[in-house]
Structure formats: structure tokens, C-alpha cells
Design a protein around this ligand. Structure first.
Ligand SMILES: *Cc1c(COP(=O)(O)O)cnc(C)c1O
Length: 390
């Protein structure tokens, strides 16, 4: 139920957590819930990780904020490191996913404007996409239920089915500025792009001179077993939005871009008071320390194999409850035969936290550093809940 003085945009269950410890959230009464949703792919290193807590506390003791009127050393370092480990040459920091996407949408339009191609203002997005809840990001995703009552018209956005390269080719016109897509659709149902699709989109963008933006707010920062999900393909995007896992729970967003795409973002074009704040970028650096540790992403890929295999076995054992496993890396969707909200609620009663996606998917986004023991425990809870299903 929504709380009396909060706008009724959410309806959380009654439970109230007091603290977190690794893969667990704990209530005042000491009840321990195994967290397989990680605040929607945010707390990738679980709760209260000493390296992240240390980074935040150290920075909190020094200074909190200056705005971008002054240099922020931690932000400069984080931008350097994000560029070093990706396709990008330039970074803009914001405070959320939606802001990271907005920066990218602005770049896609301004890029053509600065080249005198002022007709190229339209963005092509994918059906079932999610890019945030601001007006522009809602327009880019095109979900009618998110648009209703907020604006009319398409705000210069077109939409094509995800994975359909012919539809994309047909939709590109001399008014198109760029394409935005999630390499793995999150809210839409935990669906990875079909094999070869990102390469085909890249080729179309190159052919027509438009920009390609990937939204890696959910699937990036190690979630799929590589730092960024586009690395599973043969392409490099022009623009990438990151957030969620980047701050491990501290709010931060980042728009990454090539030199060529970002050349239009000069003084006066864009800004943010809080973006790139020392607290947020200190924690972002600490998250990168952990992600880039030797062998860590390899270890994530091994965890994926064990979890995926275990889930597939459970679909074979309980076909009347769950029927399939999809997704990429530790971004997993379990197809439900029973209502996904009902399965989610029963898992929660059994002390396992999960999410939902699409219409019939149970979403699992466990911490990237999940221990073998907690992995086995999560599978056991799902097994027990399915066994008792009536
Ligand atoms: C969560 C999410 C966003 C929006 O992030 P906010 O921080 O909620 O604004 C955008 N794109 C994708 C793919 C996401 O998963």
C-alpha cells in the first residue's frame, strides 16, 4: 500500500527493511530476505560492501558538493576509467538513468543540427523498450500507458519491433537522427537482442549517417558478465547510457559518447547541478575498482552458468509453474505459467526477493558477487515454492 503522504505511484508490500548485509536485506525484527532483485540491478555488490561504504564515508568527511563550476577530481577519474574500458571518448554525468538517456537523445539531435542537417530530429526507439519516466525518455520508449495524459503527439519519436531489421530499415528517413535500443530489454521482459541484430543496426546507421545509442542502464556495469553488454556483439555504439549498477546504490547516471558524437556538446548546451558530484563519483570509482578486479567478470560468467542451469532444471521439474529461462548473464527472466505477481509474492513470503517484467516474466537480478551458498539457497527457495504450488 502507498504511504499516506507519498504520491501513490508505488505500492510496496508491508515489510520494512532496516539494514543490508551482502546478499541479504534485514528487517528490524531480524528477518533475513535473500535479495535477487538488487534494487533493480543497482546494488551489484550487495548491501554494505565495505569498499563502497569506505569510499562514501571518506568522501563524506572531505566535501560533498561544489557543482560543476569547479573541477571534481573523482569525476575526472571516473570519466577517464569509463573511457579507457569502453568505446567512449567523452562522458557526461547526471544523477539517474533517465538523465543519462536524455543527454544521449539531445546529442543525437544536436549532432545533425551542428552539421547543418537540421531536418534530422527524429529518434527511432524499439517497442517494449524502457528508457525512464521523463517526458523525452517516455516518448523515446513509446509505451502508451506511460504516455497517457502527459503529452500528445509523438515528440519526434518513431517505434519499430525490437529485433526486426527490415522494419528499422523501412523506418529510417531523411528526418531520422538516431536509433536507441537496449541490448537486453529489461522492463519489457528480459529479452536479449537476437544474434546479429546489433551488428545489423550498426551497419544501417553507418549506411545512413545516423547515430546508434545503446541504453545499458540495466544491462551494463558487469550485469551480463562483461563490463558492457554491447561487448557480446561485434559493434561499438556512438552513445551509451549507464546508471543503476554504476553507483552500487548511490544515485548516478552517465552518458558515454565518441568524440565525434560528443563534439556538439559544448559550453551552454547541457548541464546538471548535481551531476558528477564528488560523493557519487567517489562511489562510482569504488564500484569500478571491484568490477575491474582481475578475474571478477569471469567469475560472474561462471555464476551465470550455475544459476541458469539450476533454473532450467527447475523449469523441467515444475512445468506447471515455470516454463523457460531467458536473458543474458545475471539478468535472467523466468517465464511463468502461473501469474508472475503471485509467484513473486510467494517467493517473498519464503524470503526471496525478485521482480517482474513484461506480462509473464519473473525477473532475477542477483548481486554480481553472489556466493555459491546463496545461489544454492535461492534455487532451493524457488524449488520449495514451486513444489508447494497449488
Ligand atoms: C531503469 C532504467 C532507466 C531509467 O533509470 P532511472 O534511474 O529510473 O531514471 C532507463 N533505461 C533502462 C534500460 C532502465 O532499466
Amino acid at each position: 500500500m502507498p504511504h499516506q503522504t507519498l504520491m501513490a505511484t508505488y505500492a510496496p508490500p508491508e515489510i520494512l527493511f532496516e539494514r543490508g548485509e551482502g546478499s541479504y536485506l534485514i528487517t528490524k525484527e531480524g528477518e533475513r530476505y535473500l535479495d535477487f532483485i538488487s534494487g533493480i540491478a543497482v546494488t551489484g555488490f550487495g548491501h554494505s560492501h565495505p569498499h563502497l561504504v569506505g569510499a562514501l564515508k571518506d568522501q563524506a568527511d572531505k566535501y560533498w558538493h561544489t557543482s560543476n563550476m569547479f573541477r571534481v577530481e573523482q569525476g575526472e577519474q571516473l570519466a577517464d576509467r569509463l573511457c579507457k574500458h569502453s568505446f567512449a571518448d567523452r562522458v557526461f554525468f547526471g544523477n539517474s538513468g533517465a538523465e543519462a538517456v536524455e543527454a544521449g537523445l539531445k546529442i543525437m539531435r544536436r549532432y545533425h543540427y551542428d552539421r547543418g542537417d537540421t531536418k534530422r530530429t527524429r529518434i527511432i526507439g524499439m517497442e517494449n523498450a524502457f528508457h525512464g519516466r521523463t517526458i523525452a525518455t517516455v516518448a523515446a520508449a513509446g509505451n502508451p500507458s506511460h504516455i497517457k495524459g502527459f503529452f500528445t503527439g509523438d515528440l519526434e519519436c518513431d517505434h519499430v519491433p525490437f529485433g526486426d531489421i527490415d522494419a528499422l530499415r523501412a523506418a529510417i528517413s531523411d528526418e531520422t537522427a538516431g536509433v536507441i535500443l537496449e541490448p537486453v530489454q529489461g522492463e519489457g521482459g528480459v529479452l536479449p537482442a537476437p544474434k546479429g541484430y546489433l551488428e545489423a543496426v550498426r551497419a544501417l546507421c553507418d549506411e545512413t549517417g545516423i547515430l546508434m545509442m545503446v541504453d545499458e542502464i540495466q544491462c551494463g556495469m558487469g550485469r551480463t558478465g562483461k563490463l558492457f553488454a554491447y561487448e557480446w556483439s561485434d559493434i561499438e555504439p556512438d552513445i551509451l547510457s549507464s546508471a543503476k549498477g554504476l553507483g552500487g546504490g548511490f544515485p548516478i547516471g552517465a552518458c558515454l559518447a565518441t568524440e565525434k558524437a560528443a563534439a556538439c556538446m559544448v559550453i551552454g548546451t547541457h548541464g546538471s547541478t548535481f551531476g558528477g558530484n564528488p560523493l557519487a563519483t567517489a562511489v562510482g570509482n569504488a564500484v569500478l575498482d571491484l568490477l575491474l578486479e582481475d578475474g571478477f567478470l569471469q567469475q560472474v560468467q561462471e555464476t551465470v552458468e550455475t544459476l541458469r542451469q539450476g533454473l532450467v532444471e527447475l523449469t523441467q521439474k515444475h512445468p506447471h509453474v515455470i516454463s523457460d529461462v531467458q536473458g543474458l548473464g545475471l539478468m535472467l527472466g523466468v517465464k511463468c505459467v502461473v501469474p508472475n505477481t503471485e509467484l513473486l509474492a510467494r517467493l517473498r513470503d519464503a524470503r526471496l526477493l525478485s521482480g517482474r517484467a513484461g506480462t509473464d516474466i519473473l525477473r532475477l537480478l542477483p548481486p554480481l558477487n553472489l556466493s555459491e551458498e546463496d545461489l544454492a539457497k535461492g534455487l532451493r527457495i524457488i524449488d520449495d515454492v514451486c513444489t508447494d504450488w497449488k
